[in-house]
Design a protein around this ligand. Structure first.
Ligand SMILES: [Zn+2]
Length: 136
C-alpha cells in the first residue's frame, strides 16, 4: 500500500469546484500533510483541495421539489392577493360557491374552485387543493 503524500507540484485527484467533478489537480500548497490549495489541470482554477470522496458524500441530498409548486404559485397569485378580510371562516355546515374566499383553521386562506355535489367543495389552499365537507 502506498500512501500518497502530497507534495507541492505533485498531482492529486480532487473535486474541482468549477468542473464539478473529480479531476487531476496540481498541488499548490500542502497543509498538515494534506493538499491545501490545488490547481485544476482542466480549467486551471485554483481552489481549496476537496477530496473526491468527501465531495461525493457531502453532495447535497436530492431536495424533494415541492410536489405542487405551481399550485403554490397560483395560490400566491390568485388567492394571497385577495382581501383576506373578506374571507369566510370555513365551517363544515357552511355553504360555499366557486370563487368564495375561505379561511380555514389549519390550511389558512383558500379559494373555492368548485362545488362538488352533494356536500363537498374543492378549495385551493397554499399547500394544495383540498376537498372539504360543507353543508349540503
Ligand atoms: Zn477544474
Amino acid at each position: 500500500m502506498t500512501d500518497q503524500v502530497p507534495v507541492v507540484g505533485g498531482s492529486v485527484s480532487a473535486q474541482c469546484t468549477k468542473c464539478r467533478k473529480a479531476t487531476r489537480h496540481i498541488v499548490v500548497s500542502v497543509v498538515g500533510g494534506a493538499p491545501g490549495r490545488v490547481e485544476c489541470t482542466l480549467c486551471e482554477g485554483v481552489h481549496n483541495y476537496r477530496s473526491p470522496r468527501s465531495a461525493a458524500t457531502s453532495r447535497p441530498k436530492k431536495t424533494a421539489k415541492p410536489r405542487s409548486s405551481t399550485v403554490v404559485q397560483e395560490w400566491e397569485t390568485h388567492v394571497a392577493t385577495r382581501d383576506s378580510g373578506r374571507a369566510v371562516p370555513y365551517e363544515m355546515t357552511g355553504r360555499y360557491r366557486a370563487g368564495d374566499l375561505l379561511s380555514h383553521g389549519t390550511f389558512g386562506l383558500g379559494l373555492v374552485r368548485k362545488v362538488i355535489p352533494p356536500n363537498k367543495v374543492e378549495v385551493h389552499f397554499r399547500e394544495g387543493i383540498k376537498r372539504l365537507v360543507c353543508g349540503s
